[in-house]
Design a binder for this molecule. Structure first.
Ligand code: SF4
Length: 263
């Protein structure tokens, strides 16, 4: 009988991570998030939460990983239907996965809890942290990410900066560019040079949502601005050419729930 996977999904071809096997430590029907980004492909948040709690016991994740068929994976990635740092067992899960799998571990976070020691400590267990930074000011945080009341721009920025100083793994800043923030490129360049990540990921909403994606030309222009102004930082973008690999997901249904589309 074919094994059923409820908490792991993909692998999916990712422009940031190659063949990425997802782990959803939240795995709820409704998205669990302290943001409600205007471009979120998971639909509107019903209720913001900033409470960290355990949604899926680590043993369940490990059971599924042990049933995984032989397949090529570049990264095991904590992501899914919401913000992974809201799972209070994120650190425990990263440690447990490392004991049973050899692939590097990535976490895609919205950075909202990076102002707290606990979230930074847990994220530091991963090999690659992709930290969202769509906002360049408190006002733009409200406009783009529509966070829970408790989430503050200053705390996010300080948190990412502190994390950069102490973290030995690879840190990427991911910025979603749309019509209303594309003209503020100089502010993002300033923030990138302040934080000094290893990589900048220039994104635009290509998955199904109500916000129009920027064109290839616009995104390559933004990428060029970062390359010209951020020395020593690798810059990639959502329109970069990449070798398409034929990747077969474990379950298209479970993958679609988390991504909005498979490929
Ligand atoms: S942080 Fe991610 S999951 Fe949360 S609202 Fe934004 S895009 Fe959606």
């Amino acid at each position: 009988m074919k094994p059923v996977f409820k908490y792991i999904y993909g692998p999916v071809p990712s422009w940031r991570l190659g063949s990425s096997l997802g782990i959803d430590l939240l795995s709820q029907e409704e998205k669990i998030c302290n943001f409600d980004c205007v471009y979120c492909q998971l639909g509107p948040v019903k209720k913001h939460t900033i409470e960290r709690k355990i949604y899926v016991p680590v043993e369940k994740i490990i059971e599924e990983l042990e049933m995984l068929p032989q397949t090529h994976i570049d990264y095991i990635t904590f992501s899914g239907r919401g913000e992974p740092t809201l799972a209070a067992n994120l650190g425990e899960a990263i440690k447990a996965v490392k004991l049973v799998r050899k692939e590097p571990i990535a976490v895609l976070t919205n950075s909202s809890l990076m102002g707290t020691n606990k979230a930074r400590e847990e994220l530091a267990l991963a090999d690659f942290v992709v930290a969202k930074l769509d906002a360049y000011s408190p006002e733009s945080l409200q406009e783009i990410n529509r966070p829970a009341n408790e989430v503050e721009f200053g705390s996010i920025l300080d948190g990412i900066k502190k994390f950069r100083k102490s973290y030995g793994g690879k840190l990427a800043l991911q910025v979603m560019f749309m019509e209303n923030n594309k003209v503020y490129i100089s502010k993002y360049v300033y923030l990138a040079n302040y934080i000094k990540p290893d990589e900048i990921q220039v994104n635009t909403p290509l998955r199904p949502c109500g916000i129009k994606a920027l064109t290839k030309e616009e995104i390559f222009k933004i990428k060029g601005n970062f390359i010209a102004s951020c020395q020593g930082i690798n810059v990639v973008c959502a329109y970069d050419e990449r070798a398409e690999k034929s990747i077969v997901s474990l379950s298209d249904e479970e993958t679609l729930k988390r991504r909005g589309k498979v490929k």
